[in-house]
Design a protein around this ligand. Structure first.
Ligand SMILES: Nc1nc2c(ncn2[C@@H]2O[C@H](COP(=O)(O)OP(=O)(O)OP(=O)(O)O)[C@@H](O)[C@H]2O)c(=O)[nH]1
Ligand SMILES: [Mg+2]
Length: 305
């Protein structure tokens, strides 16, 4: 099974909820104001966000849909086209290409969203593209965090820079970048401790990591990836807002799209922030990462081929 099929299966729950939801709404053979409002309401419930939901409603109401055609598939088609035009510009597969000089990536997010797992998965792809990869164990807060990253480093056979629990996260990151520059590495992925976006002191500590590595490479961190858990719903918007204030985010990874999550939150995010989407997490294993592809996402989301 290709990763695309897996992606579709992972999405089936949310997509079929969407399709059957639409079917329920469109019992009549025509679209009137009443069922247009219901479609909008349903999209909002699917986490798509107010803005995108009202735009989609507008597009449907302006389009003359042939009443002889299957209304559900017509609407799904409109939805699919909308998603592609909104999200195509957010693809960012160049992130994974082989780099000539050091590319450092700070990986952040709230607790338990999948940062460490995502670093493992990303590291594997970067390595298979010919990059020499180093992990930096800058989550020195949580017990067993260093060991968890080390297990990933061993599994995919990349290097790791670590210290002990309680050490300064910024100094671990500094050492990793220094070592990477001196040894011609192409990529450093910096794991950070989970932190709530409203905890001021933890956000300051996060900012310090970026400030300290800048001293050794003024372009560092080259990427700031915020990892988001699709099951967190609308709180995701607040996470993006707050992390972005501390260090501008250059891309997001949405994890746990293999569960019961409503993938609609990605549309809300795309509409509001237009941040590049690096990849989607579709499971706990090393190959369960899908590089973001707007067409494939739209197809999986609407289950229209
Ligand atoms: N189903 C599913 N589980 C995932 C995915 N990504 C991560 N997980 C699981 O989520 C849990 C937390 O993952 P971690 O990678 O430890 O998350 P973290 O953000 O590093 O957590 P902290 O460092 O404690 O903040 C683990 O059980 C992972 O296996 C995903 O895409 N799908
Ligand atoms: Mg972690």
């Amino acid at each position: 099974m290709g990763i695309f099929d897996k992606f579709k299966i992972g999405f089936q729950k949310s997509a079929s909820a969407l399709t059957s939801g639409l079917k329920e709404i469109i019992i009549k053979k025509e679209i009137d104001d009443k069922n247009l409002d219901k479609i909008e309401e349903f999209l909002i419930q699917s986490d798509v966000g107010l803005e995108a939901a009202s735009e989609i409603k507008e597009i449907i109401s302006n389009k003359k849909i042939d009443p002889n055609k299957d209304l559900t598939s017509e609407i799904n088609y409109i939805l699919k086209e909308y998603i592609i035009s909104l999200m195509k510009p957010l693809e960012n597969n160049s992130f994974f290409e082989k780099k000539e000089k050091l590319n450092s990536t700070l990986v952040s997010g709230v607790n338990g969203v999948g940062k460490t797992t995502t670093i493992g998965k990303i590291g594997k792809i970067l390595k298979s593209n010919g990059n020499k990869v180093m992990f930096a164990a800058s989550d020195t807060f949580r017990a067993a965090a260093i060991e968890q990253l080390e297990n990933w480093a061993n599994k995919i056979n990349v290097s790791i820079t670590k210290s002990s629990q309680g050490a300064d996260p910024a100094s671990v990151a500094y050492k990793a970048v220094e070592k990477a520059i001196n040894n011609n590495f192409h990529q450093v992925l910096i794991d950070t401790a989970g932190r709530l976006q409203n905890k001021k002191n933890l956000m300051e500590e996060y900012k310090k990591i970026a400030n300290v590595i800048k001293k050794i490479d003024n372009e560092a961190p080259h990427n700031v990836i915020l990892v988001l858990d699709a099951t967190s719903g609308q709180n995701i918007i607040n996470q993006v807002e707050e992390f972005n204030k501390i260090i501008p985010i250059t891309g997001v990874v949405m994890t746990k799209l293999d569960g019961t999550a409503k993938g609609g939150i990605l549309l809300a995010l795309a509409k509001k922030y237009k941040l590049p989407i690096i990849a989607l997490g579709l499971g706990e294993k090393e190959d369960d990462l899908q590089l973001f592809d707007a067409e494939k996402f739209a197809e999986a989301f609407t289950q229209v081929n």
